[in-house]
Design a protein around this ligand. Structure first.
Ligand SMILES: C[S@@+](CC[C@H](N)C(=O)[O-])C[C@H]1O[C@@H](n2cnc3c(N)ncnc32)[C@H](O)[C@@H]1O
Length: 193
């Protein structure tokens, strides 16, 4: 975990990963949704959290990198927006939400592999809430000509990763996996919670 923080802090300090533009898949995945509560998990410098907050969502932006979050905080202050920030590992964010019974209408995960959290992410959704997930598969290097990503989905993995969600969109193209799924109306509570 400390290694992730150090590695990503160095990247943010070097000017990497600082786009302010939302990924078009988030824009597509959220189209038609009524703003509510949202979690941007491993949200980095905040491009998605800020885009959502500008559209009326109440957003928690969580990331392990204090440097990434510092950029997000500066951008947020400049825009006069109000977000909640959590500097911690994704595992800690899941534990925080689960143990506090905190649920969201939207959870966004972009360009981050959280395989050990696949069983938990649906439980963070309110009934009718939506998960939007987009990241590399292990096929990506074949299309990009780059080096294989160390943290990549297996081909087809998003097709079976969230069996409790109703898939709205699930596709894979050129080494990128994309999923939008909705929790049922009865949904998503852990037994006894
Ligand atoms: C490729 S960036 C994507 C950032 C953001 N989702 C976006 O699309 O702009 C990956 C992010 O994952 C964060 N990260 C890496 N390891 C993490 C961990 N164990 N827990 C939480 N965040 C982590 C990094 O700090 C970085 O912000």
């Amino acid at each position: 975990m400390m290694q992730d923080r150090e590695r990503w802090n160095a990247r943010f300090l070097a000017g990497d990963a600082q786009s302010g533009e939302p990924d078009p898949f988030l824009v597509q995945g959220c189209s038609g949704l009524t703003p509510g509560s949202a979690l941007d998990l491993a949200g980095g410098a905040g491009r998605h959290a800020i885009w959502l907050a500008q559209r009326g969502w109440r957003v928690v932006l969580a990331d392990i990198s204090n440097e990434g979050l510092a950029i997000a905080m500066r951008r947020t202050a400049k825009l006069g927006l109000s977000l909640s920030f959590r500097c911690e590992s994704a595992t800690e964010t899941l534990a925080w939400a689960l143990s506090g019974g905190i649920r969201f209408d939207l959870v966004a995960v972009f360009w981050f592999l959280l395989r050990e959290g696949f069983g938990i992410l649906p439980r963070l959704l309110n009934p009718g809430g939506v998960l939007v997930y987009r990241t590399f598969t292990s096929e990506h290097a074949r299309f990009s000509g780059g080096t294989p990503a160390g943290f990549a989905l297996d081909p087809g993995e998003l097709h079976w990763a969230f069996p409790s969600l109703e898939p709205i969109l699930c596709r894979e193209s050129e080494g990128v996996g994309e999923f939008v799924g909705r929790a049922g109306q009865a949904a998503s509570r852990a037994p006894g919670s």
